[in-house]
Design a protein around this ligand. Sequence first.
Ligand SMILES: [Zn+2]
Length: 193
Amino acid sequence: MPESPIPQNSSMVPPPLPTVPLNYRSGSGGIDEAAWHTAGRLFAMDKAILPNRCIKCNGTEDVRMKRKQFTWAPPIVYLGLLGGLLPCIILVMVLQKKATVTYGMCAVHRRKRWNVTWISLGTLAFSIFLFVMAGVLENGIPVIFGILGILGALIYAAVAGPVLKPHKIDQSIIQLKGCGPVFLQSLPNTQWE
Ligand SMILES: [Zn+2]
C-alpha cells in the first residue's frame, strides 16, 4: 500500500477555525471595485463585502461582519399620500429597491448600538408601567408621560438605531450614510455618482 502523502509527523492539532465563519466571499477580494466614497457617502455594489474594519472608527480589533439588506424607495412615493395611505403603500411596494451589504463593526460600536436598543426598550417598559400606575392611582397624568415616553422611545430608536441609512439605491449601487470619516477615507474616492 502506497504511503499517504500527508506527513505523519505533523501535529494532530487541527488548524484553528476562523473567528467569523462566513459562507460567502471573505473581505479580502474585489473590495476596490465593490465600495467607494463620494461626498461623505459610502457607495457600494449590491452584495458588496466591505473591508474587515469597523465602519465607524476604522478599527480592526474584534470586528464582526454583519450582512444586512437595505430597502429604499424614491421620495416620489410620498406623493401617493395625497390619495391616501393605500396608494402610498402600493407605490412603495412597486418602486422600492433592495441591496445587500456586509459591513464590520468593532466591539465598542456594537455596544453603542445595543445601548440604543436597551434605552429604547427601557423607556417603552417604563411608559407601560406609567399606564399601569395611572390605572392603579386612577389619575390620568401618568398616561400623558407614558404617551410622551413611547413617542420618545420610537423617535430615538428610529434616529439613533440604524447603523447605516440608505440614501439611494440605483441600478445595483447603494448609497449609504453613517460610515465614519476615517473608514470612508480608506476607500477609493470617485467624483462621479
Ligand atoms: Zn468602531
